[in-house]
Design a protein. Structure first.
Length: 402
């Protein structure tokens, strides 16, 4: 009973932290940007952030998950993961410059440099919360995201004074990393590298990175595709229509962090009972969360974006449904990551990518934003179903091997 209470408590702290950060972004930073620079410019900024996430978020999450997965087999040390992130930082800077100059959005050299730093800082920030997953200290996890939110508030003030939008994000990431640097352990020098420790960590990171990059690409491909197939206005309209659903989807990180943190301590096998319970909870979450996000959209969007409400309200149901299914599918893949072969993650994401290309692109070309919303829902559903199938397939293999 005490264990269950702690899991609930940790989940609340974890979700509260990321909700706080995303409320700061979705309901303060982005509306402020829209009022200052306009709907089209906001669409371009969201497009650039989506391109950034493909590498920065994927790399940070992959190193984070690799350390958690390795911790299930014994103690892990800081140096292998810091070395991997150190090399990846150079890639982040180059990646930021490339997408700033070739991404189709006009930026000054100052904005380009700051944006490149944001790419690098974002990767480190997504890794840094492993500090609290390893220790299962989710009150500190909440404080970590509180500091990031405070940083965004400072960043808004700097944007107001300078007009440099990347400063807003850079301040948030810097505040969070400083908190971990001052009060955490994962950035400190520890034991010398053991034989094979770096290669083992790197191998697992690369396996996870392929899956995460494909998954993050598809998660952010809505903005990338809409910008190139329709225009930047469509980017903003879909963002507004799916705002609450996207906020739910962004809860993937803290909730799956709690789940994998506890699953790494669990030594049992995946069973049919675990899968049955997981699937039932998943279906209930899809129905309840979609209803809540749709109703909430009719309430909040007229307040936050009154001029765009009439144009986007027709997309509320389908846009939010796609994001909720993506979120639920992500939770299921983390359960699968703990118990099944790591390569299953690649299978899931490959099917996801193929479904996106085969469904979303032609739907968007033929039926515009409405068609894209439907196509994305079908894509996320395909990802969820293959995850469930592989879960039950793993249960069956476990029974045969006994």
């Amino acid at each position: 009973m005490e264990q269950k209470k702690k899991i609930v408590s940790d989940s609340i702290w974890s979700i509260a932290g990321l909700v706080l950060m995303n409320v700061a972004l979705q309901f303060a930073v982005y509306p402020f940007w829209e009022r200052r620079v306009g709907e089209a410019a906001l669409g371009n900024i969201l497009y650039l952030i989506s391109l950034m996430n493909v590498f920065a978020v994927s790399m940070g999450v992959s190193v984070n998950y690799a350390r958690l997965k390795q911790s299930a087999n014994g103690e892990t040390h800081n140096k292998p993961y810091l070395l991997i992130l150190g090399v990846a930082s150079a890639v982040c800077i180059a990646f930021g410059i490339i997408i700033s100059t070739l991404g189709g959005v006009e930026m000054s050299w100052t904005e380009t440099l700051l944006f490149s730093l944001v790419v690098c800082a974002t990767m480190w920030r997504y890794y840094a919360d492993v500090e609290y997953k390893l220790s299962l200290n989710y009150k500190r996890y909440f404080l970590y995201y509180l500091f990031i939110s405070v940083g965004y508030a400072v960043g808004i003030a700097l944007f107001y004074m300078t007009g440099l939008w990347p400063l807003t994000l850079l301040m948030g990431e810097a505040f969070g990393l400083t908190f971990v640097l001052l009060f955490g352990r994962i950035f400190r020098s520890d034991a010398s590298l053991q034989s094979g420790e770096l290669s083992d960590a790197l191998k697992l990171v690369m396996i996870l990175l392929g899956s995460e990059m494909l998954s993050t690409l598809i998660f952010n491909a809505d903005k990338i595709l809409l910008k190139n197939v329709i225009d930047e206005i469509a980017v903003t309209e879909f963002y507004l229509a799916s705002l609450l659903g996207k906020t739910i989807a962004l809860l993937t990180a803290p909730l799956t962090g709690v789940i994998i943190g506890y699953l790494s301590k669990y030594k049992g096998e995946l069973t049919a009972k675990i899968m049955n319970i997981s699937v039932c909870i998943a279906i209930a979450m899809v129905l309840l969360a979609t209803a809540a996000c749709t109703i909430g959209s009719y309430i909040l969007i007229p307040v936050l974006y009154p001029h765009q409400y009439a144009e986007v309200k027709q997309y509320f149901i389908m846009a939010n449904l796609s994001q909720v299914i993506f979120f639920v599918g992500s939770v299921m893949t983390v359960v699968l990551l703990r118990f099944a072969k790591s390569k299953y993650q690649m299978y899931i994401t490959a099917i996801y990518a193929v479904s996106f290309v085969a469904i979303c692109i032609p739907f968007a070309l033929n039926w515009g934003l409405e068609g894209f919303c439907l196509g994305l829902t079908l894509t996320c559903l395909a990802r969820f179903l293959i995850t469930v199938f592989l879960g039950y397939f793993s249960v069956r293999k476990n029974k045969k091997s006994v």
